[in-house]
Write a protein that binds this ligand. Structure first.
Ligand SMILES: Cc1cc2nc3c(=O)[nH]c(=O)nc-3n(C[C@H](O)[C@H](O)[C@H](O)COP(=O)(O)OP(=O)(O)OC[C@H]3O[C@@H](n4cnc5c(N)ncnc54)[C@H](O)[C@@H]3O)c2cc1C
Length: 363
């Protein structure tokens, strides 16, 4: 800095990330914006073409559609929010489509052109059919790239990939005295993940205690309406990792607060492993991010499902859906075949039910 050299025993690189550059060369021939420019546009786009369908892309697509722009989302894979389970992501996609957002899936961008202010994006689907979409504004939202250039890290041999600076589970780079928390390491690109990783670095570098980062219970939320929040293992990941699981769901249309607020779209999905332990929860619905808080306690704090099911939640609240999905699972235990047989025997021993009491004194 200003030609001055600084030296230190430990270094922390936390330079964050930037929008990833275009994957298709022809996009360089047109003017596009990224999340950096979108918040300072001077006028509402007539037609906004969003390239990508990750969290930033879908949040912006819904917001600009609601502001009155025509919005077209172009996505390479077969679903939006591709990290999420298909059914949960589709819940959000259906709402966006109902609101008027055009979402084009399974397409590759093959060309981009600009004539005056009008930009055209040509795509090809999996059957080779081509379509061209035109608009006055193109938002590039096809991932993030770590901010590593210009730091001279290559000169000192800090290991990196295009995804970020390589770190171990104590967030140390290939030089053990240099740490790299946050987006720059490319693992979980969230504000709360960067904060957590910062704490891990402090423990290691300042207190010299060997603390490891553990992402098993890293929650996240996409702030569309409905929101889509997630913690732990979803079905996609469970299948990838060969984990046996069962799924328990409750719909928001059975929740009185959601009914009263007219926000009944969505559901909660709880995954249990073969030992009936909660391994993940996803919520697509109103204030899903806040509702996930109780599950952070269940998964991270060891709160038992029976404890959650046995709590009293104020009525009418959206959080009743948490208690209810826990209760739905536990009721299958309470009314298992063994318990049913036991109850049958108990009532047989107790004898037949007597006639109900008749009213006394005419009351
Ligand atoms: C549009 C958008 C919406 C988002 N929404 C959410 C959300 O709702 N929830 C959530 O959890 N996360 C969200 N994120 C992600 C979140 O912003 C990041 O994960 C988080 O900011 C990462 O923190 P960081 O400290 O690693 O990097 P940053 O917060 O980016 O900080 C990096 C800092 O380093 C500085 N810097 C960069 N290069 C240099 C250099 N060469 N020398 C010196 N300083 C440098 C930068 O100026 C910056 O101050 C969003 C991101 C975007 C782009």
């Amino acid at each position: 800095m200003n030609g001055k050299a600084y030296s230190a025993k430990y270094w922390v690189i936390s330079t964050g990330s930037s929008p990833a550059p275009p994957r298709v060369q022809s996009l360089n021939a047109i003017e596009y914006i990224t999340n950096k420019e979108i918040f300072s546009l001077e006028r509402l786009p007539g037609t906004l073409i969003v390239l990508g369908a990750g969290p930033i892309a879908v949040e912006m697509a819904q917001a600009f559609n609601r502001l009155g722009a025509k919005v077209i989302v172009i996505q390479r894979s077969g679903q939006i929010l591709s990290k999420e389970d298909r059914d949960m992501a589709d819940t959000v996609m259906e709402v966006l489509r109902e609101e008027g957002v055009e979402i084009v899936l399974n397409t590759n961008i093959i060309d981009a052109q600009q004539h005056n202010n009008e930009k055209s994006i040509t795509v090809e689907d999996r059957d080779g059919n081509r379509s061209t979409y035109t608009g006055d504004t193109v938002l590039l939202a096809q991932g993030r790239t770590p901010n590593t250039s210009g730091l001279g890290l290559e000169n000192i041999g800090v290991a990196m990939t295009p995804g970020g600076i390589t770190v171990d589970n104590r967030l140390r780079t290939s030089h053990k005295h240099i740490f790299a928390p946050g987006d720059v390491n490319g693992s979980f690109q969230f504000t709360h993940a960067a904060g957590y990783e910062g704490g891990v670095v402090i423990t290691n570098a300042v207190f010299h205690l060997p603390r490891k980062a553990d992402y098993t219970l890293m929650p996240w939320c996409t702030y569309t309406d409905p929101e889509l929040a997630s913690i732990g293992i979803n079905e996609k990941k469970a299948r990838q990792e060969g984990i046996d699981y069962s799924v328990w769901t409750e719909e928001f249309n059975g929740n009185d607060r959601a009914l009263a607020e007219g926000s009944t779209t969505g559901k909660i999905k709880m995954l249990l492993n073969d030992r009936e332990k909660v391994i993940g929860v996803q919520i697509a619905g109103p204030r899903a991010g806040d509702l996930l808080g109780e599950w952070v306690a269940v998964l991270g704090g060891g709160v038992k499902l029976s404890t959650l099911a046995g709590t009293v939640h104020p009525y009418p609240t959206l959080a009743e859906i948490n208690k209810r999905v826990a209760g739905t699972f536990l009721s299958t235990k309470i009314f298992s075949d063994r318990v049913k047989k036991g109850l049958k025997l108990f009532f047989q021993l107790k004898g037949p039910v007597r006639e109900p009491c008749t009213k006394i004194d005419g009351h």
